[in-house]
Write a protein that binds this ligand. Structure first.
Ligand SMILES: *Cc1c(COP(=O)(O)O)cnc(C)c1O
Length: 224
């Protein structure tokens, strides 16, 4: 039996209180999420829009739901009323759709820019040049209902801690570069979402403000 409550307590004890934990509950049943909720956890992460919405509808209303997986533009409209933060904003087009749907819903949506920092080709995300291109564009300047709150990235799945460390370090470098150039006086731009069950300690050493933890809280998943 996985002891979700003590997993969360242990995790919290081992990290600075300023670091936010997103409990990644993808594929896990609502009973598991409730157990974590009762241990005080309030931010949960899902990678599929439909799963996030179905869970949100039956779980306590003060849970903040984060989307951490790839988001298709045709899913944005249904997602917007339910979402606390989108970690996976990775194109100008997607930002425009999020902006449009948020505007229609009279709200502002918090987003992180997802970067490609890993060796694997399959991990999606922007390059720093693409991000600079987006943030400098007139189209970006017109967005009104999107709030860019920082950056997100996933390190290579690897046992090589120095490789992982250098990838996290790059992400923090991008964060600082963008902060100085585009958000110098904007206190909303402050989050670095990096680190999962296998590498969150390194991520925190390299400046993570948000870690995304699944299996260490809920136990191993089957195939996602
Ligand atoms: C699944 C997932 C996580 C959590 O992974 P664990 O190794 O189980 O902690 C974190 N971030 C993203 C983007 C994920 O898809």
């Amino acid at each position: 039996m996985v002891d979700i409550v003590s997993n969360i307590r242990l995790l919290r004890q081992g990290i600075p209180s300023s670091v936010k934990i997103v409990a990644v509950s993808k594929t896990k049943p609502v009973e598991d999420i409730l157990a974590a909720y009762e241990a005080g956890q309030r931010i949960f992460g899902e990678n599929r829009v439909q799963e996030l919405i179905s869970k949100r509808e039956i779980l306590p209303g003060d849970i903040e739901w984060h989307l951490i997986g790839h988001l298709q533009t045709n899913k944005v409209k249904q997602l917007i009323p339910h979402i606390g933060m989108i970690h996976s904003a990775d194109s100008q087009k997607l930002l425009e759709v999020i902006d449009m749907e948020s505007g229609k819903a009279s709200r502002t949506t918090d987003c992180l820019l997802q970067f490609h920092i890993a060796r694997e080709e399959t991990k999606s995300g922007l390059t720093i040049d693409e991000a600079i291109g987006i943030l400098s564009s007139p189209a970006f300047a017109r967005l009104k209902a999107v709030r860019i709150c920082g950056v997100m990235g996933m390190a290579t799945y690897s046992g090589d801690n120095e490789l992982i460390r250098s990838e996290f370090r790059n992400l923090r470098k991008y964060f600082i570069q963008l902060k100085e150039r585009f958000f110098p006086d904007n206190s909303s731009f402050r989050e670095i979402s990096m680190g999962m069950s296998g590498d969150y300690r390194i991520a925190i050493e390299e400046g993570a403000t948000i870690i995304r933890i699944g299996s260490l809280i809920f136990g191993e998943r089957g195939k996602d």
